[in-house]
Design a protein around this ligand. Structure first.
Ligand code: NI
Length: 173
């Protein structure tokens, strides 16, 4: 396993088009393991492949237990599609590993259903998700469409953030 470099907003590569995974081999399993390792390293609960510069429709998610520990609920959603979003929009306080250290409120559906396959190409249909998992799925799948949570904020806020993060990235970390 290896840590991967996480792209930081406003890196244009975060807007790249992503394609479906078609080969379910050891390389895919290594990629998924690397994504989990990278996500844990940055204290994340979700990570999408394009965030590490891999333009595939693949996200990993691990919602912590009540005591904050991770590892019990690992999900690798491959070629995922949200088939249903339901309920009245709710406010969600979010952050993103590609916008490190910043949080803001965006609106999300409280319930959703997602259909995907796992690392072996086997169907996994997760229906009527709720709570943090439902919100995390919406956030991560946005990444696969080249969309970031800051895109829901005002243009002014987003441009300020873009300026701030451009400077940070140029300083080189
Ligand atoms: Ni994110």
């Amino acid at each position: 396993m290896a840590l991967r470099n996480v792209l930081v907003f406003p890196d244009p590569r975060l807007r790249n088009k992503n394609t479906d995974v078609t080969v379910f081999d050891e390389e895919l399993k290594t990629l998924v393991a690397d994504m989990f390792e990278t996500m844990y390293k940055h204290d994340g609960i979700g990570l999408a492949a394009p965030q590490i510069g891999v333009n595939k429709n693949l996200v990993v998610i691990d919602i912590p237990d009540e005591n904050g520990t991770q590892g019990q609920h690992q999900l690798a959603l491959i070629n995922p599609v949200i088939v249903q979003k339901e309920g009245e929009l709710i406010e969600s306080e979010e952050g993103c590993l590609s916008v490190p250290g910043y949080q803001d409120k965006v609106m999300r559906y409280p319930h959703c259903s997602v259909h995907a396959v796992d690392v072996d190409g086997k169907e996994q249909n997760l229906d009527n998700l709720e709570g943090l998992l439902a919100i995390c799925v919406q956030h991560e799948l946005d990444h696969l469409s080249g969309k970031l949570f800051v895109d829901y904020l005002s243009r002014l806020k987003r441009e300020r953030l873009a300026k701030k993060y451009s400077k940070l990235t140029k300083r080189g970390d």
